[in-house]
Design a protein around this ligand. Structure first.
Ligand code: ADP
Ligand code: MG
Length: 590
């Protein structure tokens, strides 16, 4: 491996701006870190370069741990967006600067400079001053200068930022050529998806300090694992659907299984489906579609963009079986793009009624599809669904908060015996003295996740993860990963060994922690720290929560009975912290 990052964390004013990032970049790979502004890309790049220290984790370059090595000794070359050249120095002196510092002989310096200028296609420009060069040419000099001392790793931070489109494309090509010719491991930071696609062998997508997904550009585009990546890499319509053994259902009708890709399991539950605009087909009638029917709609907007036609198609009321995960602001419409070929086959106009088909659907593996606020009365449900943390989470997750009046939640008159089986998404209840009863009731009625929310809870800064039953482990990790992708909080898995555990059992506990950590990483893309405590589970969790600033607890269980006894300290009184209970019944072996 050329670059190895192991749980790298960097905090500013206590808040992690790079959050537990682990990553391996191979020799000669062109790796692009992609993410919105403020997602921590530059900070991570600076940490690799040694321009900033890290608060946690390790960095290795070519197998050598450089976590505490000075920037100059790391063997990296750097190019920044505004890495101004030395204005008063010629191109030649700029490029040779790093060589002079390293006391390289003149003849060798000159030779190296000539090589580099050829490489970046600036031969003969040696004696120019930066002011006599265009912006694109200056960045080429910056690249040559970064490569002068033969670094083993080239780091580029938005190097095309200030240039106009045409020059940017030229420079892109040069950088790709130089990189191939030298075979140098390269990490480039950008917020521009097109740039990432054009350059990368692999892309790592960052958001809120976390590295969300890593993969080849086409893989990430076709099979994103998260809502964020699905919508950040190109346009995507997100729809809520119901998954069952026989496929994906939008309301009452199933979409042809051939069109569905992604995590299709037997368990019946709500899922988030990704529909790319180019995978949607329009036809005059349902019968005329060549793909699987989705809904009826009306063309609301139509923009010709040359090669493609972009449309907004509003879903016709009544075909409202189809539910957008989040309505696109001003209503429920789908984004559609059509090629010239499709346009010729079926011309449409604004206001036209069309049948909507879908060629391919990708189902996200996320277990947290949406939220349903539950309370005993309309007024309480209304109030709960407007809780800032819930609203914020739903917005970040691009999903909705549904409401559900559950008379069984009213004090005293609990009838939780009937299993409704129709809970969709995570159930949300307000924290109150009787929360334990609410939790038990909703779980008994079929909810799989219950989110207990104290009034005006702030966005969590630290998320503690614990599963009390092994059978709930995978689901708890999956839910944790799903939630944490939308928070900039730190994730800590807390395991508690019973009081009196023999010293000789400690290594087992440590091994279980490491197993949990690697499963989280390998299966769910979740990076978390681990802590091993000894004592009573409930007491230890309460202690840890109490010691944390704005914590949230994710608690996995596979038994409803005995919650009061097992989590006495945690659930006996009004919960003080937001808590997400993940409940999965143990699988019955047939
Ligand atoms: P990106 O390159 O993805 O736009 P940065 O790594 O530059 O993101 O910044 C990530 C976050 O860290 C931002 O919120 C930024 O304000 C903060 N940040 C970066 N550098 C510092 C610093 N030196 N002091 C305090 N906050 C910083
Ligand atoms: Mg930046």
């Amino acid at each position: 491996m050329s670059i190895t990052l192991d749980q790298v964390t960097k905090r500013y004013q206590g808040a992690p701006v790079v959050n537990d990032v682990s990553l391996e970049i191979g020799d000669g790979e062109f790796f692009v870190l992609l993410g919105p502004s403020g997602s921590g890309k530059s900070t991570l790049l600076r940490a690799i370069a040694g321009l900033t220290g890290v608060d946690h984790g390790r960095i290795a370059l070519h197998g050598r741990d450089v976590t505490h090595t000075a920037a100059r000794e790391r063997g990296v070359g750097l190019v920044f967006q505004n890495y101004a050249l030395f204005r008063h120095m010629t191109v030649a002196d700029n490029i040779e600067f790093a060589l002079r510092v390293r006391r390289v002989k003149r003849a060798e310096r000159v030779q190296r400079r000539k090589e580099l200028l050829r490489l970046v296609a600036l031969e003969g420009m040696d004696e120019r001053l930066p002011a006599q060069l265009s912006g694109g040419q200056q960045q080429r000099v910056a690249v040559a200068r970064a490569l002068a001392h033969k670094p083993e790793v080239l780091l580029l931070d938005e190097p095309f930022g200030a240039l106009d489109a045409k020059i940017r494309e030229e420079l892109r090509r040069t950088i790709r050529q130089v990189q191939r010719e030298l075979g140098i491991t390269t990490v480039l930071v950008t917020h521009d998806q097109e740039e990432a696609f054009a350059l990368a062998d692999r892309i790592g997508v960052m958001n809120l300090g976390r590295l969300l997904e890593v993969g080849r550009p086409d893989e990430l585009y076709k099979r994103p694992a998260t809502r964020f990546v699905a919508t950040f890499l190109g346009a995507a319509n997100l729809l809520l659907a119901r998954q069952s053994k026989d496929g994906i259902h939008f309301g009452n009708h199933a979409v042809n299984a051939r069109a569905v890709e992604g995590s299709v399991s037997g368990r019946e539950h709500e899922v988030v489906a990704v529909l790319r605009p180019e995978e949607i087909e329009l036809a005059p009638t349902r019968e005329a579609l060549t793909s699987s029917y989705l809904a009826a709609g009306t063309v609301e907007e139509l923009v010709f963009t040359g090669a493609l036609e972009r449309l907004r198609v509003r879903l016709t009321n009544g075909s409202a079986e189809v539910q957008l995960a989040k309505s696109n602001g001003d209503g429920e419409y789908l984004e559609v793009t059509r090629t010239q070929h499709e346009q010729r086959a079926f011309e449409v106009q604004r206001g036209q009624h069309v049948a909507i088909g879908v060629r391919r659907i990708h189902v996200l593996p996320t277990p947290l599809s949406s939220f349903t606020a539950c309370a005993a009365s309309d007024a309480e449900v209304e109030h709960l669904s407007r809780q800032p943390l819930l609203v914020e989470l739903a917005a970040r997750m691009k999903t909705r908060v549904a409401t559900r009046v559950e008379p069984a939640l009213a004090n005293g008159s609990r009838d939780c015996s009937s299993r409704s089986g129709k809970f969709v998404g995570a159930a949300v209840v307000a924290a109150q003295p009787d929360s334990l009863k609410d939790i038990e009731c909703l779980l008994a009625r079929g909810a799989e996740e219950v989110f207990v929310l104290p009034p005006n809870a702030p966005p969590p800064q630290r998320v503690l993860i614990h599963w009390a039953d092994e059978a709930a482990k995978s689901a708890t990790l999956a839910v944790s990963a799903s939630l944490l992708r939308h928070l900039s909080a730190e994730a800590i898995y807390v395991d508690v060994m019973p009081q009196g555990t023999a010293e000789s059992q400690r290594p087992h506990g440590m091994r279980a922690l490491l197993d949990a950590r690697s499963e989280a990483q390998a299966v769910h893309g979740l990076e978390m720290r681990t802590e091993l405590r000894v004592g009573n589970v409930s007491t230890e969790l309460v202690r840890q929560l109490g010691e944390s600033v704005d914590p949230l607890l994710i608690l996995g269980i596979s038994q409803i009975n005995g919650l009061a006894h097992r989590f006495a300290d945690l659930l006996a009184s009004t919960p003080r912290w937001p808590m997400l209970i993940v409940y999965r019944e143990p699988e019955v072996q047939a």
